[in-house]
Design a protein around this ligand. Structure first.
Ligand SMILES: Cc1cc2nc3c(=O)[nH]c(=O)nc-3n(C[C@H](O)[C@H](O)[C@H](O)COP(=O)(O)OP(=O)(O)OC[C@H]3O[C@@H](n4cnc5c(N)ncnc54)[C@H](O)[C@@H]3O)c2cc1C
Length: 382
């Protein structure tokens, strides 16, 4: 429960305890030995971080026109394994990182033509992506539908069990001395020279040397966050399914499959424990209702690409709100003395979490993040 701010007096307050806020809090506490406090309302239902699929796929996510984001995503995936090793050691628990890559497959001839255009684009900018014939795809993944027409393998893409990963971040943060206050921040403001304050919706005031606002899609609802950021960040609804293998059935996939099925994009992300995540819708809406149509469409396309999906148990339907931004890129950097924002991670927040945490930890210590971040500062929005 919230303590009075004057009594707590942390060095750094992080607003939001999703993957971004928790990763930042852990790294800031670890690197600078500062007293770090996360403020979050608690309850996991509204966290995109726990709904996500956990793909760490800069190559299979790369599309025309987003080259700067691709460069940042490549930095993030290169950073992830070492960060994850440190995390597993600090938390004493495994996160389910997988390294088998992503196989994108095409269903009909139109899908194959689209995949070939993507392959040309990826090769053109020097990415590692191997074009595979249909039978090579099925040699790698025997449960793919017989009429899959070809594929593209991105061997450098990773995936992680994002729920285990967030749990590990929480554990590591707690072990590094990070405190968590249950509460909702209404306002961020200057307090005194060298001091900033957050005011909770209950009226309590907490002061600190630095505040990091990492409240995901809801960042725009916090007073004191610059108008340009409040306007740029929006919720993008995603519905996603979690399937489980019945006891008798061995895992049907070994690597992430992205399938283009008559122009529709779907992914299937296998976990070592037999879970299979199938996603996801992308809707310009801010409700978190699961709809019958979305479940139908996701299962239909998943079954078309991998017919054995119909044998699996439908274990969970979940809905999350991605923090979308005006240009699909994250917004990370200082907005005023002592106030940093880290939001807008859209489809890539799990992938970008390690790189974001280290970038913000660098800023908090007076350093500079890597050059790939220069296209993603808050200043670009004004
Ligand atoms: C269906 C789906 C699939 C996805 N798949 C992937 C994927 O495969 N790979 C990938 O990299 N990314 C994926 N993403 C995107 C990823 O989940 C997000 O980019 C990421 O979780 C954003 O993290 P966050 O910490 O900014 O936000 P959240 O996880 O939403 O956390 C924000 C936190 O801030 C808190 N908060 C809000 N307002 C306040 C306030 N006023 N005061 C205090 N706390 C506040 C919230 O309660 C919440 O706990 C997916 C997202 C969805 C929805």
């Amino acid at each position: 429960m919230p303590a009075k701010g004057a009594q707590m007096n942390p060095d750094v307050v992080v607003v939001g305890g999703g993957v971004i806020g928790t990763a930042i809090a852990w790294r800031a506490a670890l690197r600078s030995r500062r007293r770090v406090t996360i403020i979050d309302p608690g309850g996991d239902a509204d966290k995109a971080s726990l709904v996500a699929a956990g793909m760490l796929g800069p190559v299979s996510e790369s599309v025309f026109g987003e080259e700067e984001l691709l460069a940042l995503n490549l930095l993030a995936v290169a950073r992830f394994p070492e960060f994850n090793r440190e995390l597993e050691t600090a938390a004493g628990t495994a996160t389910g990182l997988r390294t088998e890559g992503t196989l994108s497959v095409a269903y009909d001839s139109g899908d194959l033509a689209a995949l070939r255009r993507l392959a040309d684009f990826r090769h053109g900018i020097g990415l590692r992506a191997e074009v595979l014939a249909a039978r090579e795809c099925r040699r790698l993944e025997p449960f793919l539908a017989p009429n899959v027409s070809g594929g593209l393998l991105a061997p450098g893409d990773l995936s992680v069990d994002n729920r285990r990963y967030v749990r590990a971040l929480r554990e590591a943060a707690a072990n590094a001395g990070v405190e968590v206050i249950r509460g909702k921040v209404a306002t961020v403001s200057e307090h005194a020279p060298g001091e900033v304050a957050v005011t909770l919706t209950t009226g309590e005031l907490i002061t600190a040397t630095s505040v990091v606002v990492a409240a995901g899609w809801a960042t725009g609802a916090i007073d004191g966050v610059p108008e340009a950021i409040r306007k740029a960040v929006r919720p993008v609804k995603g519905q996603i399914l979690r399937l489980r293998h019945p006891g008798s059935l061995p895992p049907i996939l070994t690597r992430t499959i992205r399938a283009l099925v008559q122009g529709r994009d779907i992914y299937l992300v296998p976990r070592a424990d037999g879970e299979l995540v199938v996603g996801a819708t992308q809707e310009e809406r801010d409700d978190t209702d699961a709809t019958a149509g979305a479940v139908h469409d996701l299962l239909r396309d998943a079954q078309t690409a991998v017919p054995a999906v119909s044998e699996l148990i439908l274990a969970e339907i979940s809905v999350g709100l991605r923090p979308g931004s005006a240009d699909n890129g994250p917004i990370v950097g200082a907005v005023s003395d002592g106030v940093i924002v880290a939001t807008g991670h859209f489809r890539n927040g799990i992938l970008l979490s390690a790189a974001t945490a280290d970038a913000v930890a660098a800023l908090l210590s007076g350093g500079e993040p890597e050059r790939q971040w220069s296209a993603f500062t808050p200043g670009r929005l004004s």
